[in-house]
Design a protein around this ligand. Structure first.
Ligand SMILES: NC(=O)c1ccc[n+]([C@@H]2O[C@H](COP(=O)([O-])OP(=O)(O)OC[C@H]3O[C@@H](n4cnc5c(N)ncnc54)[C@H](O)[C@@H]3O)[C@@H](O)[C@H]2O)c1
Length: 278
């Protein structure tokens, strides 16, 4: 079967008010789409939509399934269809497992997992009614492709997004709906400075410092967005962005034992430096 051409007319990007989501929205607008920028930060969504041109804004908490269904309903009511659903909103956690709380787990799974599932369900129902289907892009992370320590709620949530995306992709095959998981390495966004409810062992700036220690130069959100939308248009299953993510992804597949050893050393290092900071 020949691949349909990627000519999106209507898209939604959750977490589109900033960072990677904003740049994905820009890529879609540049390809001729109207984009609904949906974010829990309504002011950021408004500002983003203004700068993008062919875009509008919506204030939505992706962990609320009814709010996300309403977002899709309202978009289709106004624009007649939905070609691309980008489930990108996410929150970051950092710290040792023993310091994670119920709130950390609820927030990570609520936004990073349920948020993606909520968006995919609402979009899927609509796309099934469209003769030319549609595209679903779910933002996971390199942390969804390797056993990233010291951030278990985040790692768990991102593995779930990769697994969900690949399973749904199999179901969607033949129904003209393409599902893609996006797995970027470290990217220069405010996420790196906004660890949610940091535990005792985490100080402001720690996460960004760790990220730069691994990757040296952080990617720009635009670099990630370009690869994401290229991968989406090409119908890829998983889009891994950045040299560090590529190396870690391959290492984990080719030699998981060495990867396990490496992350064990890293976890011990994190514990030691948290102790010396106290
Ligand atoms: N920055 C990185 O290094 C990196 C690496 C890999 C994956 N990611 C993933 O990329 C995605 C985008 O992150 P980013 O780096 O652009 O961060 P960001 O903080 O710049 O953007 C995240 C956006 O999501 C929004 N958001 C948060 N909770 C929400 C909710 N409940 N409902 C709706 N919107 C909500 C925020 O308001 C923000 O605008 C996330 O899923 C993140 O996990 C980021």
């Amino acid at each position: 079967m020949s691949r349909k051409s990627f000519e999106p007319r209507v898209g939604i990007v959750t977490g589109g008010g900033a960072g990677i989501g904003l740049e994905i929205a820009r890529q879609l607008v540049e390809r001729g789409s109207h984009v609904v920028v949906a974010d829990i930060d309504g002011a950021a969504a408004e500002e983003a939509a203004t700068t993008l041109g062919s875009a509008s804004a919506a204030t939505v908490d992706v962990s609320d399934p009814e709010a996300v269904r309403e977002l899709v309903r309202a978009t289709v009511a106004e624009h007649g269809r939905l070609d691309v659903m980008v489930n990108n909103a996410g929150v970051l956690f950092s710290g040792p497992f023993e310091e994670t709380t119920d709130a950390h787990w609820e927030h990570a799974l609520g936004v990073n997992v349920r948020g993606v599932v909520n968006g995919a369900r609402a979009a899927y129902d609509q796309m099934l009614t469209q003769p030319d289907g549609g595209y679903i892009l779910n933002t996971a992370s390199l942390a969804g492709l390797m056993p990233a320590p010291w951030m278990t709620p985040y790692t768990t949530s991102k593995w779930a997004v990769v697994g969900f995306s690949r399973a749904l992709r199999a179901e969607a095959a033949g129904r003209r709906i393409t599902v893609t998981a996006l797995c970027p390495g470290y990217t220069d966004t405010k996420l790196l400075d906004e660890v949610v409810d940091p535990s005792a062992s985490v100080r402001p700036g720690d996460f960004r410092k760790t990220a730069k220690g691994f990757q040296g130069r952080l990617m720009t959100p635009r670099q990630v967005a370009e690869k994401a939308v290229e991968g989406l248009a090409a119908g890829k299953a998983v889009v891994v962005v950045g040299w560090f993510a590529q190396v870690m992804y391959r290492a984990n597949r080719i030699n998981p034992r060495t990867m396990d050893l490496g992350v064990r050393v890293e976890a011990a290092k994190q514990r030691r430096s948290a102790r010396t900071r106290r």
